[in-house]
Design a protein. Sequence first.
Length: 130
Amino acid sequence: MNLKISLAVIVLVCNGLAAQEMGFEEYNPKSTLVVPVHEVTKAKYPFVDIHSHQRSMSAQSLKGLVADMDAMNEAIMVNLSGGSGSKLAESVDNIAKNYPNRFVVFANVDFDGAGKPSDGKDRGPIRSRY
């Protein structure tokens, strides 16, 4: 009799463990929190967004981006995806001409050619023109 009970317990425990396997994407519990809604669409004070990834910093993209920033009272945006080379230079030029003092742009290291023999030409550091 004890053997039957032990087997039944093992089967129930194994089935219970298998039923508990759930990926993060499937886990979506229904909220039971009941509070009054107060949606905030604009910050009371100007703020700095210190972590953004804007791939395009063209003049047209900046126009829409600044409109969105103004709508929520965002004073400055830090773009961590500035790129390198001519893409970075073009982004910095567009910002300086159109919206100075609204963006901080980080350069990204370009690892193309890393570990390959050099042609001996020194390309030198990128210097700021501003």
